[in-house]
Design a protein around this ligand. Structure first.
Ligand code: GLV
Ligand code: MN
Ligand code: MN
Length: 442
């Protein structure tokens, strides 16, 4: 389990209040293998046959909850699904009036997903509890499996974490999926009560949030490092565009007499790509296109597209969005089309808590690895939780940098290092009175 680069590793705990003296490398290795096997099993619970898709409160989410219960209940946790569909398992502290550490990530996926994005962080948190062997700490640990981070079903992300910070408003409840089902109805269909969403909000006993997540990019692999620490998560804009033209016969309408909405949209897609290529750090993606009426021999009357724009600087991101709207208008005007757009998300970039970053770096080093600070281009539940509690993210190397794809994977030795890092973090928090005095920013 040595890191391929960095400091010589050791599991020795430096201070006297050692809680993990029984956890040896072989046990960590077994836990790591079990984490991977569990993630692979959970990846079989899908809305699609032959590939993984699990969106907000879809039927397979219930199977995932059931599976988690079989692992969490023997550990003596109190398990509940809150009104936003988040799985929450509380492992009590030695004493009742203790602070609470949250560890988690998301249980939903993109379409055609891999087995580790999000869910690895929740399964790994269980491994940390298992590593305690029943021992109770001076703080409680709450494992959270968020119901939605990806935003696939309702075209807006973070439904789960928004409930914890009190940002799940009525507009969100009225939002509809592609079948016309509202968030409110989806919650009811799952057997939950939308009117109880307020109960999901964090109490002021919560002192920090930790998230273990795959990097989903190539940086750690290129540095030959198993783990990294996130210092900031890039801001995101998500919009929907609609180009409108005129449907007509594909065989009889001369090329210079068309108002082809899809051709206009296609021109704009390449303009989006060009704009992002020339602006350092900017990423912009059109990930979905729907043409109407959608027939091989009919010129498209309407094209709907999604746009996702990210940059660590909010100013640069927002200026880029304005420019891309301007490009869409210019293209539509020149082609005799109209274009409209709706903003679904404008999430600012978020810094992780400096004190949590420092602790994670120490824990990574104690695990025998070199620590690397990096920004995350992907969104994470921690960026929402950070509004209320000091939050931090540990990244695990992602082989080939491949994610949001069935080929997504993780190395068992890296999972072992992440568990070891988690052990050191729990250990630190157990002896840190500064940590235990922290409370949630209400
Ligand atoms: C989450 O995966 C994101 O889109 O950043
Ligand atoms: Mn994802
Ligand atoms: Mn994720």
């Amino acid at each position: 389990m040595d890191c391929s680069q960095g400091y010589p590793g050791s599991l020795e705990i430096e201070h006297s209040a050692s809680i993990y003296w029984t956890l040896v490398n072989a046990e960590i290795g077994q836990l790591a293998q079990q984490v991977i096997a569990r993630c692979r099993k959970l990846a079989t619970f899908s809305e699609d046959s032959g590939s993984l898709r699990r969106t907000f409160l879809s039927p397979p989410m219930r199977d995932v909850h059931r599976e988690f219960a079989t692992w969490l209940q023997p550990l003596g946790t109190m398990l509940q699904i809150d009104a936003a569909g988040n799985l929450r398992a509380l492992y009590a502290a030695v004493e009742p009036a203790a602070p609470r550490l949250l560890i988690g990530s998301h249980l939903d996926t993109v379409p055609n997903a891999g087995a580790f994005d999000g869910i690895l962080g929740v399964v790994l948190a269980i491994a940390l509890l298992e590593g305690l062997n029943g021992r109770r700490l001076p703080y409680a640990i709450e494992i959270v499996g968020f119901s939605d981070e990806e935003g696939v079903r309702f075209a807006t992300p973070f439904l789960g974490s928004r409930a914890l910070v009190g940002r799940f408003d009525d507009d969100l409840l009225d939002r509809q999926d592609s079948q016309g089902i509202s968030v409110r109805k989806a919650i009811q269909h799952f057997g939950l009560s939308p009117e109880k969403i307020g109960d999901a909000v964090l109490g002021d006993d919560v002192c920090a949030y930790l998230e273990f997540h795959i990097e989903q990019g190539p940086v750690l692999e290129s540095l030959a490092l198993p783990l990294g620490v996130v210092d900031a998560v890039a801001g995101q804009s998500r919009l929907e565009f609609k180009f409108s033209g005129r449907a007509n016969h594909a065989g009889t309408t001369p090329m210079n007499m068309r108002f082809d909405a899809l051709a206009g949209a296609a021109e704009w897609i390449t303009a989006v790509e060009r704009a992002a290529r020339i602006s350092p750090g900017l990423v912009a993606t059109v990930g979905t296109v729907q043409a109407r009426p959608g027939a091989v021999n009919v010129i498209a009357e309407e094209a709907r597209l999604s746009l996702d724009v990210r940059h660590p600087s909010d100013d640069i991101r927002m200026r880029a969005v304005e420019d891309l709207i301007g490009d869409a208008q210019a293209i539509a005007r020149r082609r005799g089309l109209t274009v409209s757009w709706k903003e679904h998300m404008n999430q600012r970039a978020v810094q992780m808590a400096p004190e949590v970053i420092t602790r994670i770096e120490e824990a990574i080093r104690k695990s025998g690895c070199k620590s690397h600070r990096m920004a995350s281009g992907a969104g994470h539940d921690a960026m929402i939780l950070a509004e209320k509690v000091p939050s931090g993210i540990v990244f695990l190397r992602t082989p080939g940098g491949i994610s949001h794809d069935p080929a997504e994977s993780v190395l068992v030795d890296d999972v072992a290092k992440a568990i070891e890092c988690g052990v050191h973090l729990l250990e630190h928090f157990a002896v840190s009175s500064a940590f235990q005095k922290r409370t949630c920013r209400a």
